[in-house]
Design a binder for this molecule. Structure first.
Ligand code: HAS
Ligand code: CU
Length: 567
């Protein structure tokens, strides 16, 4: 009887759906674990970068594995900013649409992305560990790394593009089965993020394929540093939105339900994602306000465009705050601030994401300062800049994904979250440490303390002569790094403890997709947003309108520099 039942069409459909879900879960688990393994090493090195500023040089202790501050900083930047993000984001952006649409992703392509990414990571890791490539995560030429490094990064970037066809294919299949219906929200958000990343990646891919790879292989004798930097920032700016938008997916589409409420507006969410898409890619040269060789008029236009890219985040601030207020009031919160207290602050996943939002207010505000050409001249290349990005990527990506892990690991593995109170402590420590680091780093930066300086290698008397007046701020930077490091230790105990815990059928929580109050039906924004091809074209046209006049003088007046190895 039971074997007969298994062969009925409904039962076999159920079985195949369950197999699809299990296969998609395995995929995301592989991406997630590899990403967090990279972060573990990256964060451990981060503590050394922090104490360096207080004049404490711990690099000697890591001989012969890590020889210099610059080798450690290269590993720190590449592992955290590229490897952790690319792995977790690729898995996340495939898995959520597949579950939202109830469709099996093209697993071959998805696994190809995973294995290629791993291959590229191992190539770059080899080059960084043998100290042949201590060129930092921006790898500015004429500093010259080994070919393993550049080829590894090229492979990682190519691998990160493969989730795009996987998600677009699921979207197309779903749309064929549901003619006239708008793309479900999370799938829309994943698609725009990946399309944005496709256009964003063109600069780095061109830099790698036409310049860095052949140069490091000895096929070209010289390199043009200005052209390479400009192509790098073509990608290097929008990559920050490739880090941010997956965090926003959680904040918009999952957090409201986790907090006990609903997302207030589907169309506003889509609008924020469309604006992020269109404004992110053309503005990379705001990282080059101090570079010669870029016309002032272009720097002025890029200032205006950069300020525009803050608009979708301001929309986000209000939409998400209202969604959270709705949740707080539903939970019985009263008065101007009672709703805030009524939010489920004891849930480590919710707390992590709300704390990330709080710190992002400061990270975003600093970004608006950087966006201004004049003000950026005060803070460029100072500790202000790392302080800015430790309050953005380390919160809106890392802290949000730490919070996501607290429901995602039980969801993927069927194991109960290990030590929830330690999980809660870990996110407060991470948040507190980064806020302290961020505050003190902005302060030190304003006082002129440079970023990326191995200042702990200076003799103590010289260190005090140079930095004595801001030593307190630099001690706070170190303390913040240490506190965040403690948070990371607590987090990884919870992470590994959960993976090793016992299976429990009740632990397998569902994905907290939120309901929405307004939309998507009947909204003009939603209708317009469906034309993803047109939005991609519009973004490409705006990007070229900014970059053709920027790149033209560089292409017609090339610089020929020989490679340097200064470490
Ligand atoms: Fe940036 C440099 C401009 C956002 C990352 N940025 C960097 C670098 C990194 C980085 C890594 O214009 C250094 C690169 C290097 O190594 O040299 N950035 C901006 C601007 C924004 C911005 C205008 N950055 C980010 C994000 C990042 C990131 C996001 C990572 C994820 N940045 C710059 C510029 C430079 C730069 C220049 C070059 C500087 C130089 O001199 O080198 C904007 O997108 C920011 C908009 C954000 C907001 C905040 C909105 C607030 C929200 C929270 C709401 C809170 C709620 C809480 C709802 C306006 C959404 C309610 C609370 C409850 C709990 C109920
Ligand atoms: Cu930027």
């Amino acid at each position: 009887m039971s074997s007969l039942a298994q062969t009925t069409p409904a039962a076999s459909l159920r079985t195949s759906a369950a197999t699809d879900v299990a296969a998609a879960k395995r995929l995301l688990l592989a991406f997630w674990l590899t990403g967090f393994a990279a972060l573990l090493f990256g964060v451990a090195l981060g503590v050394l970068q922090g104490v360096n500023y207080a004049g404490i040089n711990l690099y000697g202790a890591l001989q012969p594995l890590i020889k210099t501050y610059y080798q450690g900083l290269t590993l720190h930047g590449v592992l955290n900013a590229f490897v952790f993000t690319f792995f977790t984001i690729s898995g996340w952006l495939i898995y959520l649409p597949s579950r939202e649409l109830g469709l099996r992703p093209n697993l071959r392509l998805a696994w190809a992305s995973y294995w290629l990414m791993l291959l590229g990571t191992l190539m770059a890791a080899y080059a960084m560990l043998d100290n042949s490539s201590s060129v930092l995560y921006t790898f500015y030429p004429p500093l010259q790394a080994s070919a393993w490094f550049y080829l590894g990064i090229t492979v990682v970037v190519v691998a990160s593009l493969l989730p795009l066809p996987v998600v677009l294919d699921m979207r197309a299949r779903w749309k064929r089965a549901h003619p006239g219906e708008p793309t479900p929200l999370v799938t829309f958000m994943s698609s725009t993020t990946l399309l944005m990343w496709l256009l964003a990646s063109l600069g780095a891919v061109a830099e790698a394929v036409f310049m860095l790879d052949p140069w490091s292989l000895g096929l070209r004798a010289t390199i043009d540093p200005l052209l390479a930097r400009t192509l790098f920032w073509w990608t290097g700016h929008p990559i920050v939105y490739y880090w941010l938008m997956p965090g926003y997916i959680s904040i918009y589409a999952l957090l409201p339900r986790q907090a006990g409420g609903k997302l207030v507006s589907d169309p506003l969410t889509r609008l924020a994602f469309l604006l992020l898409f269109v404004f992110s890619v053309p503005v990379g040269t705001h990282h080059q306000y101090t570079d010669p060789g870029i016309a002032p008029v272009i720097k002025g236009i890029v200032t205006a465009l950069t300020l525009s890219v803050a608009i979708p985040s301001l929309i986000t601030a209000f939409t998400v705050a209202l969604s959270l207020e709705y949740a707080g009031r539903r939970r019985g919160g009263r008065g101007a601030l009672g709703w805030w207290r009524a939010l489920p602050w004891r849930d480590p996943s919710v707390a992590a994401q709300m704390l990330a939002l709080v710190s992002f207010i400061f990270g975003g505000a600093g970004g608006i300062v950087n966006a201004s050409w004049q003000l950026d001249n005060v803070v460029h290349n100072t500790l202000w800049i790392p302080a800015h990005f430790h309050l953005t990527v380390s919160t809106m990506t890392v802290l949000v994904f730490m919070g996501v892990s607290f429901w995602l690991l039980p969801h993927l593995t069927g194991r109960r979250l290990f030590a929830p109170r330690l999980a809660l402590a870990s996110v407060w420590l991470w948040f507190g440490g980064l806020m302290l680091w961020g505050f003190a780093g902005h302060w030190a930066g304003l006082a002129g303390v440079p970023r990326r300086a191995w200042i702990s290698a200076l003799p103590h008397a010289q260190y005090m002569q140079l930095y004595g007046s801001v030593h307190t701020s630099l001690q706070l930077v170190a303390l913040g790094g240490l506190i965040a490091g403690l948070g990371a230790v607590a987090f990884y105990i919870v992470f590994v403890g959960t993976l090793l815990g016992r299976r429990d059928a009740q632990a397998m929580v569902a994905i907290p997709f939120s309901d929405v109050i307004a939309g998507p039906r009947g909204s003009l924004i939603v209708e317009l947003s469906e034309h993803l091809g047109l939005w991609t074209l519009a973004t490409l046209v705006i990007t070229l309108a900014v970059y053709v006049p920027t790149l033209w003088p560089m292409l017609t007046h090339p610089i020929h520099a020989v490679g340097l190895r200064l470490w």
